[in-house]
Write a protein that binds this ligand. Sequence first.
Ligand SMILES: Cc1cc2nc3c(=O)[nH]c(=O)nc-3n(C[C@H](O)[C@H](O)[C@H](O)COP(=O)(O)OP(=O)(O)OC[C@H]3O[C@@H](n4cnc5c(N)ncnc54)[C@H](O)[C@@H]3O)c2cc1C
Length: 404
Amino acid sequence: MKKRIIIIGGGFGGITAMHALKKQLGHEVEVILIDYRANTLNKPRLPDVAIKGESIEHARFLMKKAVKQDGYNLIQETVKKIDAKNQKVFLSEGGIEEYDYLILATGVEKHYSGIEGFTEFGYSVCDDVQAPRLYRRLQKFKGGPVFIGSMPYKSGTRIDAPKLLAPCEGPVGEVMFMLQEFLTKKGLVESSPITAFSPAKIFFEDVGDAVRNDVGAIMKKEGIGLMTGKIVSKIDEKRIYFEDGTSELCALPIILPQYKPYAFLEESGLTDDAGFIPTDKQMRHLDFNNIFAAGDATALSVPKLGHIAVIQAEIAAKTIAADLGKKVEIPAFDPAILCVMERSNLQATMIYSNVLYGGKRDETLNGMIAFMMKWGFDFYYNFTRGHMPPEFAEKRLVQYLSKK
Ligand SMILES: Cc1cc2nc3c(=O)[nH]c(=O)nc-3n(C[C@H](O)[C@H](O)[C@H](O)COP(=O)(O)OP(=O)(O)OC[C@H]3O[C@@H](n4cnc5c(N)ncnc54)[C@H](O)[C@@H]3O)c2cc1C
C-alpha cells in the first residue's frame, strides 16, 4: 500500500514540501495537503498591497490549482488536533485522517488582539485582511507621527536556535521605506515623521554590522527615526504606549504583532516550552520519528522567514524520501537571511547575511537590480504556483554579491 503523507499548511513551507515530495516520490506516495484557506498567501508582496494599493490577488494563488498540478489532494479544513501516537489528524468538521508521515507547516497566529487598542486604532501588513485595511487608512491619512515596529518574540529552550527579540524586522524596514515615499508624494512627509521601533536593543539584530550600517545610513538619509528596547503596551487614538512607561504622540501605529504558536499544536503535545515545534536539523520532530515540520511554526526557524521555511521544507521532504528508501542527498541546514525591502518605484535594498549562524556573509544590494529580483521572485512564485526559482539563481546572486 502507498504511504500516506499529510502536510498541514499550504504557505511557503507546505507548498514547497509538497512540490519537493512530488519531485522525489511522485505518485509512489499519497500526499494530502490540509489548509483552511483557499489561497496561498505570498506575504512578502503585502507591503505593495498596503502602501501602493496593489490588488490583493497579486499576493495569492489558488491552493487547489497548486495541489492539482502535482496530482495530489487538498482538504480545505482546519486541523483541530493531532494524535501523534495513533498517527491521526482531527478536522474541525469531524473528519479523521490517518498518516504514515506528517509535515507540520502551519506558520503562526498573528496575535493582534494581544495589543490593547489594536482593533480600533492599530494597523498591520501581515495578512490579506490587514494589508488592504492599511491601504484604506492611508487614503484618508491627513498627517501626524507614524510608528512602525514589532512585538517581541518568545523562543523556547529545548533546541539551540538563535535567541532574538524581534521575530523578523524585514517587513518593518520595507514598510517604513515605502511609506516615506508615499508620504513624500502626498506632500505629508514634513508633518508625518516616521519612527521605527524594535523590542530588541539593536534594530535588525539578526544581521551583521555591515548590513546594519547600510540600512542605518538609508534611514538617516530618509530622515526615519529609531527607538530600540521598546515594547508596545497599548495604543489609543492619539498615543502609543510602551512597557517602560513612556508614550509618544502617534497618528498611525503600524505593528507586527506577536508571532503566537497555534494552541492546537501545544494541546497535541508537539511543542516546546514556548509553543514552537522542536526538530533536529533534518526537520524531524524530536519525539516522533514520522513527524516533520517546516517554517515559522518550528523552533529552528529564527528569524521567521519564508526563505528559511523553504530550506526546511526541502530538507523535510528529502529526509522522508530517504526514509522510504530513495537515494537522495539531504542538504545540510545552512540558513541565511535573504530579504528584499522595496523602497520606492524601481528601488529596493536586498539583504543577504548569515553571520547569525556563524557565517561570514553580510551584504546589501541597493538599487534597481534588487527591485527586479523581488519582482522576478514574486512573478515566478505566483506564476508557477509555489515553485522556487532554480537553485542556481541564489548561487549566481551570491557570486554577484562577492564581486560587487
Ligand atoms: C509583510 C511580510 C513581509 C515578509 N517578507 C519576507 C521576505 O522578504 N523574505 C522572507 O524570506 N520572508 C518574508 N516574510 C516572512 C514569510 O512570509 C514567512 O516566514 C512565511 O510565510 C512562513 O511560511 P510558513 O509556511 O511557515 O507559514 P505560512 O506562510 O503562514 O503558511 C501557513 C499555512 O498554514 C495554514 N494553517 C494554519 N493553521 C492551520 C490549521 N489549524 N489547519 C489548517 N491549516 C492551517 C494557514 O492557513 C497558512 O496557509 C514576510 C512576512 C510578512 C508578514
